[in-house]
Design a protein around this ligand. Sequence first.
Ligand SMILES: CC(C)(COP(=O)(O)OP(=O)(O)OC[C@H]1O[C@@H](n2cnc3c(N)ncnc32)[C@H](O)[C@@H]1OP(=O)(O)O)[C@@H](O)C(=O)NCCC(=O)NCCS
Length: 143
Amino acid sequence: MRFEPLRFEHLRQMAEIEKEAFDMPWTENMFIPELNCEDATYIVGTRGDEVICYGGFHTVLDEAHITNIAVKKGERGRGIGKFLMATLLAKAREKGVKHVTLEVKTTNLPAISMYEGFGFKAAGIRKRYYNNMYDALVMWLDV
Ligand SMILES: CC(C)(COP(=O)(O)OP(=O)(O)OC[C@H]1O[C@@H](n2cnc3c(N)ncnc32)[C@H](O)[C@@H]1OP(=O)(O)O)[C@@H](O)C(=O)NCCC(=O)NCCS
């Protein structure tokens, strides 16, 4: 697998991965503004033409907000998520980021466990953040 910057050609497969990963999946159209957004950094893990994983963040001053991170279903549990996250954090550091934040569904234990492994700390709960139904844990990391 190799990482490459986000391209239009990735979006269809990313939208498929979103559907299998989230209750409120991003669609191809929702990703389109990210292609030309100056504040956005996205990386896509590919094997040939196949999208395996992707992740991205938006930068404001010295803070990065992770917007998406997902690994294709059949590829999970093999260290790809960790590799993706480590690569995203390295990109954030390159951009002078000092603090990284994200939201994660309070019931998403694999993701929370991965974030804690990178040193993210829970900082609060956003009530009914997802679908006006499910709570989000807000996490921060100083890099
Ligand atoms: C969260 C996600 C990105 C992790 O990717 P992955 O490739 O499966 O993760 P890895 O194999 O690299 O494992 C990384 C860490 O995640 C945690 N983890 C992964 N699978 C887990 C599971 N089934 N149960 C508990 N923890 C798990 C562990 O802390 C693991 O670290 P360890 O191997 O040192 O114990 C992946 O599960 C995913 O895409 N989920 C759906 C999308 C999603 O929830 N994204 C996060 C939104 S905030």
